[in-house]
Design a protein around this ligand. Sequence first.
Ligand code: SAM
Length: 219
Amino acid sequence: MTPPVLIRPARRPRLLDLCCGAGGLSMGYHLAGFDVTGVDLHPQPNYPFAFHQADALTYLTDLITTSRIREFDLVHASWPCQHFARVTAWRGSRGAHPDLLTPGRELLKATGLPWVIENVPEAPLRPDHILCGSQFGLRVRRHRLFETSWGGGGELLPPCWHPKGRNKLLAFEHKDERAYADAMGCTWMTNLEARQAVPPAYSQWIAEQFLNTDERAAA
Ligand SMILES: C[S@@+](CC[C@H](N)C(=O)[O-])C[C@H]1O[C@@H](n2cnc3c(N)ncnc32)[C@H](O)[C@@H]1O
């Protein structure tokens, strides 16, 4: 019997990236085949895709209310991590940063679309995926949690690997910041922007999980 042929829509899938920064994760979705639109509270002169400067909660509420959210196929959100991050607690200023993740998750559910949230390991996310640069052959130690609306699918990735000595992975506090940004694959950003960014390899992999899940559901 001839196997069924899956027909993809003629257009590329569209991703909305909330709190996009200079576009580390946007780039991964782009590499996986998405047309990407980013939203950030602050100007992002080096962001390489369509960009809107806005508060992400307000912007998303407006898209839902006007039904323009239907222009997208997937919504990603990297709500600011300072409220949860251990490094903010060390500085004693966690309370100065609002929790956007909790109301943000409710809004993502209200979109009716599939969604992805990324944050630091300390954040209250369901750990559908915990990713590290070493799993993608990057010389970077940067753990990030991902919660997705479709849950973890048990996909195989090699375990993370943190060698010592000469082959040590580069970390956030590496003294040559340019080397760290480049090792993450964020070559178009300034060092300052890269300090906030996440390697594109992570979101390229998440996007591929989404496209595979979507394709399985269509079949
Ligand atoms: C961790 S960074 C995102 C990094 C990005 N995912 C990347 O890989 O390059 C979080 C971003 O949230 C933005 N941000 C903070 N509050 C925001 C808000 N209320 N609305 C939109 N963006 C916000 C910050 O300006 C910052 O760029």
